[in-house]
Design a protein around this ligand. Sequence first.
Ligand SMILES: Nc1ncnc2c1ncn2[C@@H]1O[C@H](COP(=O)(O)OP(=O)(O)O)[C@@H](O)[C@H]1O
Ligand SMILES: [Mg+2]
Length: 278
Amino acid sequence: MSKMIDADQIRFRYDPEVDNWAVDGASLKVEKGEFVAVLGANGCGKSTLAKHLNAILLPEAGTVLVEEMDTKDEEQLFQIRQTVGMVFQNPDNQIVATVVEEDVAFALENLGVPSDQIRQRIDQAMKMAGIYQHRNKAPHKLSGGQKQRVAIAGVIAMRPDCLVLDEATAMLDPRGREVVMDTIRTLNREYGITVVAITHYMEEAAQADRVVVMNGGKVVLEGTPAQVFSQADLLREYHLDVPQATELRDELVKLGYDLPQGIISIEECAQAIYKLFQ
Ligand SMILES: Nc1ncnc2c1ncn2[C@@H]1O[C@H](COP(=O)(O)OP(=O)(O)O)[C@@H](O)[C@H]1O
Ligand SMILES: [Mg+2]
C-alpha cells in the first residue's frame, strides 16, 4: 500500500540567495488513515513543511510524494490539491460567503461540480463537520470554533484523503478547541481521513497516533505520544512542554512516588494516582 505522504529530505528557503533554510532536510512519512501531530517552537519550519504537502511550496532539494504523485509534477497539481486539503489558523481568512452553506459550496462551484452533486456533497460535509444545523446562518455570527468547522466543511466537501491543519485551533477558546478536535478525530476515525495536525497544544498532540517534533527545520524526534512525552528534558531543549498529566506524573516521581512511564491523559494519571492509595 502506498503512503499518504512521503516527504523525503526536503530543504526549502524563502530567499534563494541566502543560506537560511526554513526547512533543512526534513522527512515526513504518513500512512493512510494515520493521525500525526507536528510539534515545534515558533519559527522551526512547521508551516513551511505543511505548505509542501499540497504543493503550495515546492522543495529546493528532496521530494514530496502525495499518494505517489510528485508535487513537482505540474500535471498532477489539481489531483494533489484535491487529495490534501489545508486548514489554516484564522477561520475569518478562510470564509468567503455570507451564508454558511454557500461558503461550504464555494470551492465546488468554482470547480464546476454539477449543482445536484453540490447539494449532496455540502450537506454531507456540513454533517461531518458538525455544522449542518447552522447551515443558513451568517458565518460572522458563529463562534470561532463553529467558524473553523465551516472552514473544515469547505475542505471536506472537496473529498480529500488527507487533511493538513496548521494550528487550526490556535485562535479558539478552550471549548472551541475541544469541538474542533472532536470533529478532526471523528473525520479520522470514522471517515478514514488521514490527518496531519500542527499544534501548540500538547493535550491535542497526545491524541494523535504519532507525534513528530521539529527543531531548526529538521525532524528531531518522533514516536507515539507516550514515547515522545516521556522525554520531558529533551522536549524542554526544543522549547516544548509535556501534557499537564505527564508533568504531574513526572513531579510525583521526583517526590518519590512510583508511577509508570507513558502517562499522557488525565484519565491515565488519575488511575495511576488512585493505584498509589490502594
Ligand atoms: N513568507 C516568508 N518569507 C520569508 N521567511 C519566512 C516566510 N515564512 C516563514 N519564514 C521564515 O521561515 C522560518 C520557518 O517559518 P515557519 O515555517 O512559519 O515556522 P513555524 O510554522 O514552525 O512557526 C522562520 O525563520 C520564518 O521567519
Ligand atoms: Mg506556523
